[in-house]
Design a protein around this ligand. Structure first.
Ligand SMILES: Cc1ncc(COP(=O)(O)O)c(C=O)c1O
Length: 434
């Protein structure tokens, strides 16, 4: 089969300019193992973005693959509405054991955006259940990204992407996000950037159901890493003002920051935590909203009111995805993944400190296994970032620019040798393009 030709006849690719794409020699991936993907010509690519931030444990991990295969031979699907199955019960117990504090009720959705949608609906209905329907608004951060459904787009509205649907999107209130690369307070980090959120919440608490943030790193905004202290302050304020706190850990959960969850770095417990992407090691789509017993109990119907949560998905808690998630959590424990991830994390931090000194680099940052740098306007900004990504792909390293930011987000089990190879290609591309 001529894959390229057939692709161009039949596929519609996400976030892809059709005209530009038709002119590129895009790879057609045929297989993958560890941190490498292989295309139909046999060319190998290092996975510098963990395949859209989800393959935290690398490709083709034998334990996860075997678990999914065994599950497929046993039970591939069974519903969770009004009944249950063995895998999802086991997974829910495992997630409750590692979730922050008292969070111990797990609601499953299909992918990140549908997990966030569920968290929003739980939060809004929670206040309705309590007889406070006026608490119905959501507060988010500027530059937020929580998914691409109509509800989640409202949380992170970006004119450049969303103008055609602006007239139907219900936009949340937004506080100015922390932005350490362009800190208006000259990086004198006494968390003055929190003042905007504080003012907004104090003014709107009576009508606000929940605040949702991407804790410690706003991913799609450009891997904007910010201090955990911001999350700690937000927790305190939400408690004081009676507003629920939703942490969207879809991208940063499961070891990315060097801790299992970003909330561990901030040493707090959110009211709802949304996980996805690497929940299954990135092997199958699944997301989970983990919440507190208090929130769950408010959904118990009474003789006066039906407070049942009428919301669900065909594949909610799918057995194959459950098997992948259980296996991924076993790998985390048995292979001490958090400890192992310190090897690539240390190499990333060292290299990105050096890259910061390159002419044309505005700033760089690293937390755990995520590192980013911004190309200055003098260095060519977004167009240089695009060229770096294109050159890097040619040299066998997959990265994607985010505006004028380029970054690495490798699998947590990347060996020192593979990490050095990624950094070498990345550094060469920077030098050649700047
Ligand atoms: C923080 C965050 N939330 C939600 C999503 C949406 O997840 P999905 O693409 O699985 O719908 C993403 C995706 O990148 C994300 O980074």
């Amino acid at each position: 089969m001529n894959y390229r030709k057939t692709d161009l006849q039949h596929l519609w690719h996400p976030y892809t300019d059709i005209t530009k794409f038709e002119k590129t020699e895009f790879p057609v991936i045929a297989s993958a193992s560890g941190v490498r993907l292989k295309d139909t010509t046999g060319k190998e690519y290092l996975d510098g973005i963990s395949s859209w931030w989800c393959v935290n444990l690398g490709h083709s991990h034998p334990h996860i693959v075997n678990s999914v295969v065994q599950q497929a031979l046993t039970l591939q699907h069974s519903i969770t509405g009004g009944m249950s199955h063995t895998g999802i019960i086991k997974l829910s117990e495992m997630l409750s054991a590692i979730a922050p504090g008292t969070l111990n009720r797990v609601y499953y959705a299909s992918d990140g955006a549908s997990g966030v949608e569920a968290a929003l609906r739980i939060s809004i209905q929670y206040w309705w259940n309590l007889g406070e329907p006026e608490k119905k608004n959501i507060v988010s951060l500027s530059g937020a990204y929580h998914g691409d459904t109509l509800g989640t787009v409202g949380l992170g509205f970006l004119p450049r992407f969303h103008r055609p649907i602006e007239h139907v999107v219900n936009r949340s209130l937004q506080a100015a996000a922390p932005h350490c690369f362009h800190c208006p307070f000259e990086n004198n980090c006494s968390l003055q950037c929190f003042s905007d959120m504080e003012q907004l919440l104090r003014e709107n608490a009576e009508t606000t159901a929940a605040v949702i943030i991407e804790p410690v790193c706003q991913g799609a905004a450009g891997i904007r890493i910010y201090p955990p202290g911001y999350v700690t302050l937000l927790r305190k304020l939400c408690t004081e003002l009676d507003v629920l706190l939703i942490l969207d850990e879809i991208a940063v959960g499961f070891g990315r920051t060097g801790e299992m969850f970003a909330s561990d770095l901030a040493e707090i417990q959110p009211d709802l935590m949304v996980t996805g992407k690497s929940l299954t090691g990135g092997y199958l789509p699944m997301s989970a909203v983990i919440t507190s017993p208090e929130i769950f109990e408010s959904f118990r119907p009474t003789s006066l009111r039906d407070t049942t949560f009428y919301h669900g998905h065909t594949f909610s808690g799918n057995p194959l995805a459950s098997a992948a998630a259980i296996a991924a959590l076993e790998v985390f424990k048995n292979e001490n993944v958090i400890e192992q991830s310190k090897t690539p994390a240390t190499l990333l931090a060292g290299a990105f400190r050096e890259f910061r000194e390159f002419p044309g680099v505005h700033n760089s940052t690293t937390l755990g296994c995520m590192s980013s740098l911004e190309i200055s306007q003098d260095g060519g900004g977004a167009s240089t970032a695009s060229r770096i990504a294109e050159m890097s792909l040619q040299k066998g390293l997959i990265i994607r620019p985010l505006g004028s930011v380029v970054y690495l987000w490798p699998p947590l089990l990347t060996s020192a040798t593979d990490m050095k190879e990624m950094l070498c290609i990345f550094g060469d591309c920077l030098k050649e393009c700047l």
